[in-house]
Design a protein around this ligand. Structure first.
Ligand code: ZN
Length: 108
């Protein structure tokens, strides 16, 4: 079981460049995991409450995907993230969102 403490739920990200699999979760450093790892193998501790004082502002970001297609990542007033790519539709998680969430978490 992989333990992750972060302000965002973790996602599994497979890098095509390095052929490695990572667990990505908001402000948490990427964790390299064995191929075939799924979210069922990840135990997530929500640290969001620690950041309640720094409530996220809603926002909208343009992200260029790997194929050059552009996606829109959004965060609403309650800090809920969304993206308009296909991957997000399936898993409620995607690398565009992870990318923006990581950048934003560094501002806190
Ligand atoms: Zn996306």
């Amino acid at each position: 079981m992989i333990q992750v403490k972060s302000i965002l739920p973790p996602a599994i990200f497979r890098s095509h460049a390095s052929n490695k699999t990572f667990v990505v979760a908001g402000n948490h450093p990427w964790i390299e995991v064995p191929e075939g790892t799924t979210l069922a193998d990840v135990q997530w501790t929500d640290e969001g409450e620690k950041y309640q004082k720094n409530k996220p502002k809603p926002g909208k970001w343009d992200v260029e995907g790997s194929t050059g297609k552009r996606y829109t990542v959004k965060r609403d007033e309650s800090g809920i993230w969304s993206c308009n790519c296909v991957g997000f539709g399936f898993r409620s998680q995607c690398k565009h969102l992870a990318q923006i969430a990581e950048k934003e978490s560094k501002k806190i």
